[in-house]
Write a protein that binds this ligand. Structure first.
Ligand code: PHE
Length: 456
């Protein structure tokens, strides 16, 4: 047993509090902003199918592993990896996995906050009746004007980062748990409302056909990697967020049941958001595959064209802001827990300090859309480079290493005790993490780099 595990640590007040918080971490811009346009661009049902397989075969077992590691260690991800490695008699270098995770969280937070800032900007626009009569040219120039305006983007980026740091500074019970208990039910209610609206007044049939009709010709190694990266990103895996949330979990909660609930809710939200969005898009005769502009450029035209569009449009952006907020606090929490547990800094100070660091990097992201437009890293703009580096490289890499640690390094007796699964299911879980997860991730990497022939 690990010494001092959890003796004086803050904990979620109930199993539900944990499930809501972990779902809050998982459900974010990834589900509502990114998933629908990725599916739209990359082969509809074929993409959805690969995504679902990635969630079930790679995401769920890893989610269980991450939560398990956190709960056993009852510490922030860096110290968790250190004590778990010691317990397993393994190299102290495993601590580096925790450090990389914490840093990845801050990297993602930097551009996540900029994008969430756009949503705040559109929320204010919509609430003020700004969608009325928007045509395609006006919607396009509205978005370009925002992206060309560093001051306005900086303002919203700052507001969102403050919102995030304020909650994380409030601690587990008064910050994280309270925010998720308020925001998540509201998020579900808004999503259901928009879905019902889409079903009644939209083109739900065409939306379903578009999302689920499989076009396998569009499945390339790049698309497969993107689907896997998106599964990691969407379940908040590979960077310690689920680990730190697991570390606030009491011993009597079933990790397996909670993980299934979180993965299921995350997937359902992505699919329902896609259905709601495309129902509205088709009803207003708009282009479905509009890429990242789907939510900011295409949908506002539909909101401007419908009765009650100011209300529906504002609700939609409230949905996005709530989803982003409960995720951004999960991005800042691993680093904050690490610093708070290892220095004399109080939690509010640590979260302010780390929020400022992510904010500064976010300033570069803001500028990459205007003043620093020509600046590229590996041929990508700063924003795209950070997104690619984190979702397609750091998260899958963190995922493989967590799988290797949980299934090869950790003693079977320990993981079995934490997961409390029957012998067969436990064996399936362990074999999946030992072989399937690392192999899948390595294969997809090799394919992408061209070292393997295309497997389409
Ligand atoms: N899962 C979040 C989303 O889908 C993003 C996220 C990643 C949050 C990693 C926390 C940790 O938007």
């Amino acid at each position: 047993m690990i010494r001092n595990a959890g003796a004086r640590r803050a904990h979620w007040s109930s199993r539900w509090a944990f499930i809501l918080a972990a779902t809050g971490s998982a459900v974010g811009l990834g589900n509502i902003w990114k998933f629908p346009y990725m599916a739209g661009e990359s082969g509809g049902g074929a993409f959805v199918l690969i995504y679902l397989v990635c969630i079930a075969a790679i995401g769920l077992p890893l989610l269980m592993a991450e939560i398990m590691l956190g709960r056993r260690a009852q510490r922030n991800p860096v110290d968790a990896m250190a004590v778990l490695a010691r317990e397993a008699g393994a190299s102290a270098a495993w601590r580096a996995l925790g450090v990389t995770g914490v840093i990845t969280g801050l990297l993602i937070l930097s551009f996540y906050s900029v994008v969430a800032g756009w949503m705040l900007d559109y929320l204010v626009l919509g609430a003020g009746g700004g969608f009325a009569g928007l045509d395609s040219a006006a919607a396009q120039s509205r978005l370009s004007a925002l992206l060309a305006d560093p001051q306005r983007m900086l303002l919203w980026h700052s507001v969102f980062m403050l919102m995030t740091a304020a909650i994380v500074g409030g601690g587990v019970a008064h910050g994280l748990e309270r925010a998720n208990k308020l925001l998540m039910p509201a998020l579900f209610a808004i999503l259901l409302f928009l879905l019902v609206y889409g079903l009644i007044w939209g083109e739900a049939g065409r939306a379903a056909a578009f999302l689920f009709h499989a076009d396998f010709a569009k499945i390339t190694p790049g698309v497969t990697l993107a689907a896997m990266g998106q599964a990691f990103f969407s379940l908040s895996l590979g960077m310690g967020s689920m680990m730190v949330y697991g570390s606030y979990l009491k011993r009597d909660t079933s990790i397996v049941r909670a993980s299934v609930a979180v993965a299921a809710m995350d997937t359902v939200v992505a699919l329902l958001a896609g259905l709601a969005i495309f129902s509205i898009v088709f009803a207003h005769h708009l282009e479905p595959a509009a890429g990242p502009g789907l939510v900011l450029q295409t949908l506002p035209i539909a909101f401007g064209d419908m009765a009650g569009g100011a209300l529906i449009g504002s609700l939609f952006f409230v949905l996005l802001v709530f989803a982003a907020w409960t995720s951004s606090i999960a991005l800042l929490e691993p680093a904050t827990a690490w610093i708070t547990e290892n220095t004399r800094l109080t939690r509010p100070r640590a979260s302010a300090l780390l929020g400022t660091a992510a904010w500064l990097l976010g300033v570069a992201v803001v500028l990459s859309f205007n003043a620093w437009r020509g600046v590229t890293l590996f041929g990508l703009g700063i924003f795209d480079a950070l997104d690619y580096l984190s979702s397609n490289i750091l998260l899958p890499l963190g995922g493989v290493l967590i799988a290797v640690f949980a299934a090869w390094v950790m003693k079977a007796g320990h993981s079995r005790q934490e997961l409390n699964l029957d012998a067969t299911l436990y064996a399936v879980w362990r074999l999946t993490l030992r072989y399937v997860v690392p192999l899948a991730i390595v294969l997809i990497f090799l394919q992408l780099t061209g070292l393997l022939p295309r497997l389409t």
